[in-house]
Each structure stands twice: as C-alpha cells, then as structure tokens.
Write a protein that binds this ligand. Structure first.
Ligand SMILES: Cc1ncc(COP(=O)(O)O)c(C=O)c1O
Length: 618
C-alpha cells in the first residue's frame, strides 16, 4: 500500500524503494497487505496510541532509497512498467490527456543580455492541463495506484504538497470522481488555494515553520488525516517511484525528441520497413543509438543536449530526467538548483546560511526526499529570492513566457552555469509552473518592493511629486495606545470616542504587542470567540505593516493599497544597569490613507492658492 505503514515501515531500516521492489506496492513486497487488513492494522495502532504511548503512525518522506538504477544497469532488469507515449487524438477523451507533450521554446533575448554563446531552450511545463510539471506525476501516481488495485472508486486521496501536486491530484480527482484533501503550508499562494477549491478539493493549511517531521507539518497533518479517514491514501510524492518515473518515461523522452526535431515514433516505423539503411542515414543526422536487447534491436534517441538545469523539490523531476538523459547523452551536465535556506544541495557546505525561510514556492526542503537521487546531479547551484523573481519577470517581459517564480530560479542558475558552454552547445531549462499561481505575489511591483526584491528607483513608472518625501512630513497626532488588560468593551468606547478604527496594544514599557482593530473585535464577538468583557490581549492582530519616520511616502502608499493602516515605529536602544543593551520598537503613530490624502491635497491647495496670489500681483 502506498500510504499504510506496515509495522516494518515505521522503522528507519526498511525504506520504501522508489525504483526497486514492487512498483505498485510502494512498500516492501513481503509486507504488502490488502487495504482492509492495513486499515484494520491502522485502526488498531491508533487505538493503542490513544490509550498508551503517543506513538506516531507515519512513514518518513526521507527514508533512504533502495532503488537499483545505475547508469550501467541493463534496462531489462528494471522492475518498472514503462509507460509509452502515444499520439493524442483530435478530440481528447478528457482534459487529463492534455498532460505532457509540453513545448520547448528557444530563449532569444536573455542569453544575449548575459553574453552567452550557447543556445538556451525552455521546457514550458506550465502548458500542462493543471498548469504545472506536477500534473505529470499526479496522473501517473493515480493511474499506477488504480492499476495496482489500491485506489478504488469512492476513495479519498490525501497529499502533503506545496500546491502544484495538489492541483494535479485535484484535477485527476475531479475528472475521475475521487475525494481529494490537500495539506499545504501557509506560505503557498492564495491563488493555489482558490484553484484547488474550484477543483473541489478540501484544503488544510499548516504552519510554514513546522519541521517536516513534526506532527504539525504538512506531512504530519496529512498522515493524521489518513489515519482517521477510511479508504484514504497518501500517494506520497516524496517516496512514490511513479514520481521520477513519470519524468523518466515522458518529460525526458520529450526533451530528447524535441532536441532532435524528429519523433521517436517515426524512427520506429522506418525501422520496421527499411531496417539497416535508415539506421545508417539516421546515424549520420540524428546520432541515433542502435542497441540490442532481449526483445531485439531498438532505437534509442540521443538528443543534442549538453546541459540540463532544473530546480528540486521532491527531486522527482531532476532525478527522472537526469537518469534518462545520462543514459542517452553521456556527456550531459546536470545542474540542480536549491534555494538558500533549503538543504538539498551538495556538498553540504553549500547549504550553510542564516536564512530559514524563502519566498519561492515548490522547491527546496528541510529533508532529503527518498525519490531525490543526488548522484545524478553534477553541480548544485544555490538560488535566492531576489534573483529568482527578477529573472521570472525578465522571462515574462523579454521572452513572453508567463512562468512562475521557480522558473526564474532555474533560469537564473542557467545563465551562470551555461557560461561554460560554447557556441553550438545547448542548455535545456525546466520552467515548472505559471504566473497564474503568483498574480498577487511577484507579478505585483508593490509586493516586490515590500519584500525588498525591487527598489522603487528601478520601477519604470513616473512617480508623483510626494513619492520620495519622508514620513516626517505628515502631520501625525500623538498615538493612542491601550494596555493588553483593557477590556474589548472599553476599547470600543475609546476608539469610537476618538474616531479611530484601530489602536496599538503596548505593555507598561511601551513595547508593541500587536494591534486591536474594530473589525477584528467585531468579527470575534459575532463569531462567539470572545466576550465584550474579555481583555484585548485575546484579539491581538499581528499581521500589520510597520514603517519608520525615515521611510518615504511612496512606501507608505504601497502599503496602504493593501492594508488599511501602517504602524509608525521608532527603534530605541535601551541600556540596562549591567551595561547590556537591547533594541525596542516603540509606537510613534498610526497612519491611514486619510492622513496621506490630507497631506497630498493640502499641499496641492496651498500651491494653487500661491500661484493665484502671484497671478494677482502680476
Ligand atoms: C513550482 C515548482 N517548481 C519546481 C518544483 C520541483 O519539482 P520536484 O518536486 O519534481 O523536484 C515544484 C514541485 O512542486 C514546483 O511546484
């Protein structure tokens, strides 16, 4: 079973092999149970857990792989089913047939701008039906589980994911009629949540900061749900061999085919008719390998690819593609990309950083997924958010490719790595998903400025006269603050009396604890979460934006386009009697759109009346 841990699987020494053993068992062959047996076992373990020790029932996503693949190993020894590619009919039976066969597009302007001599080609995975590279593995995992008799009509699919696998699974579930529950860290965009919801998936969000092996992580929560919901399955992209196999069988074959410009299908047909003669002519032009296997002679297409660049999340994409390309193009160089703050890269020193979080979605982890074969990666490149998002914006503006953030990550690595390639050589870059997932994120100039990935000066748009004036110009009244012990009822009276919608909550020393807003109090009271007599500390709002007096009004206006107010803070250094010191943030005021508008319109009025009086004098 893919998702039910056998007693052996709960121990670290019995890893699930992504490529060896029973493909559809996803567990050690000898431990394979029927779904009913496994569920009974799961229920028993759960009851035991409830009444005795709080032992967790889950399979780690980072068990060492027992895969038997090696560059030298014979194909006939493979334990896996090969899924061959077929030509799509004119009318597709359903949208799942629009997964795979994505376009390869030449990148024209960016290589010139970076002084590259080689050719850069982008494999545009956002043309898959669900919008990402993950559609391939989602469909393959579902169909392999169906073929193995694990997934049956009416069952529930649960998956911990950064979103795109969720969308792929939800798409397959919508078409095939399964219930789908997606467990996703909070960091992932609202756009992904909305698409998932539209596809009928149920969504559970988990804290981004939770370690992968904690019960609160997306992996931990998915397992808890799996243990509670009958007939549910975690297809487990971190361990499932169908993940890298989807890329080994399709993405990599497409790359080879696209880099030759001739389809494998036509080679096979020719061979049947004219065997040796065509083999000879193909050899001249296409570098076709002519290999002998037990079944007879077969054509193996070797593409004209010198380098492949791909980001790694589960590692399924890079592992599957790299294995096939290394078999067919022995001199190819595989470049893996991993964000700073993740630990997938090798050597280990590359991963040393103070960063714990990054904004690019879909790549990097705090564990090494079972399906990631790092031995096929020749060089790792560590990426950062700023270069990733700016490169994605460049791909959109210069090449018209409406791609997502991790596409920029891969391309940013490619323009560095491909410097070593000569004229006539070729580098393929995987662009995993589309801008659809990030409309409210890196597509927005404001978001880029707020996150520090773009400087206002770099924006092309002409800024209004007040843009670079400092916040000090505003006429801010003394701040009204409340202590955390003040009741909600009293706070509402104070706010109404002073005509404010919100106030900072500070402790006795003036330290900011959070904000209290009329809106937040009202919704909490109406939802029955708090009483009027409760202290405001119960409704503290912490998602507010802070700004300092030396920031400019442009930054303030960007904040106010999204938020109702910004808290003006002032940093103080406080020395203690023992000579030690600490930094404290104190409230200086609260600014709203009305304050900014008053300032701008008052200045304009003043200018107008000044020019009128000079006119009169003339
Ligand atoms: C946007 C994006 N980029 C890259 C990847 C990496 O793919 P893989 O998990 O196969 O390593 C993912 C995976 O979720 C993704 O969503």
């Amino acid at each position: 079973m893919p998702s039910v841990p056998s007693s052996k699987e709960t121990t670290v020494n019995s890893p699930v092999c992504p490529h060896a053993g029973k493909l559809h068992g996803f567990s050690n062959g000898e431990n394979l149970k029927t779904e009913e047996e496994s569920q009974e076992a799961a229920r028993n373990i759960q009851i035991k857990t409830k009444n005795s020790s709080p032992e967790r029932k889950w399979i780690r996503p980072d068990l060492p792989s027992r895969c038997t693949w090696s560059l030298e190993a014979s194909k006939s020894d493979s334990p896996h089913t090969q899924v061959s590619r077929t030509v799509a009919p004119a009318i597709l039976p359903n949208i799942l047939n629009k997964i795979g066969d994505t376009p390869m597009v030449r990148i024209n302007n960016i290589p010139k701008a970076f002084g590259l001599k080689c050719e850069i080609l982008a494999k545009c995975e956002f043309f898959n039906a669900g919008g990402s590279v993950k559609d391939r593995i989602s469909l393959r995992m579902v169909e392999d589980a169906e073929r193995a008799g694990i997934l049956k009509p009416g069952d529930t699919i649960i998956e911990p994911t950064s979103g795109n696998t969720g969308i792929g699974l939800a798409l397959a579930a919508a078409v095939k009629g399964y219930r789908c529950i997606i467990v996703m860290p909070e960091k992932m965009s609202m756009e992904k949540v909305d698409v998932l919801r539209a596809l009928g998936a149920e969504i559970v969000r988990t804290p981004t900061s939770a370690r992968f092996d904690s019960p609160e992580s997306h992996v931990g929560v998915a397992w808890r749900l799996k243990n509670e919901i009958p007939n549910s399955h975690i297809l487990d992209q971190y361990r499932n061999p169908s993940n890298p196999l989807a890329h080994y069988d399709t993405t990599a074959e497409e790359i080879l085919e696209q880099c030759e410009g001739t389809s494998i299908l036509s080679c096979k047909i020719y061979r049947n008719f004219f065997n040796g003669i065509i083999a000879f002519s193909l050899k001249l032009t296409l570098e076709v390998h002519w290999k002998s296997s037990q079944q007879g002679s077969v054509f193996l297409l070797t593409g004209k690819v010198d380098m492949l660049v791909a980001g790694a999340g589960t590692g399924g994409t890079i592992t599957g593609i790299a294995r096939k390309l290394k078999e067919r193009c022995p001199n190819i160089k595989i470049i893996g990309v991993d964000p700073e703050g993740s630990i997938l890269a090798e050597p280990e020193e590359l991963n040393k950083t103070d960063k714990t979080q990054y904004e690019v979605e879909g790549i990097g982890y705090d564990f090494i997924p079972t399906v990631l074969d790092r031995s096929v990666v020749d060089t790792w490149y560590k990426s950062n958010d700023e270069e990733s998002f700016n490169m994605s914006r460049l791909l959109i503006r210069e090449e018209g490719l409406l791609c997502g953030g991790s596409s920029g990550t891969a391309m940013a690595a490619a323009v560095h790595a491909a410097k070593e390639l000569k004229e006539g050589q070729r580098c393929v870059v995987i662009l995993p998903d589309s801008i659809r997932n990030y409309m409210s994120k890196f597509l927005s100039d404001k978001w880029m400025v707020q996150k520090g990935f773009l400087r206002e000066e770099d924006l092309m748009v002409k800024k209004p006269w007040w843009w670079n004036l400092k916040l000090q110009c505003l006429n801010m009244s003394a701040p009204l603050t409340v202590l955390p012990t003040v009741s909600c009822q009293k706070t509402i009276q104070i706010l109404k009396h002073n005509g404010f919608d919100q106030a900072p909550v500070v402790d006795d020393t003036g330290l900011i604890l959070g904000m209290v807003t009329l809106g937040n109090m009202l919704s909490s009271i109406l939802a029955g979460k708090i009483n009027l007599s409760d202290p405001v500390s119960k409704v503290l709002y912490k998602q507010f934006k802070q700004i300092t007096l030396t920031d400019n009004l442009g930054k303030l206006s960007s904040i106010l386009e999204i938020d109702h107010f910004a808290l003006v803070v002032h940093e103080q250094i406080q020395y203690l009697t023992d000579g030690s010191h600490s930094k404290k943030q104190m409230v200086f005021g609260v600014v709203t759109a009305v304050d900014l508008l008053n300032f701008v319109t008052a200045r304009k009025r003043q200018e107008r009346s000044m020019s009128e009086s000079t006119d009169e004098l003339n």
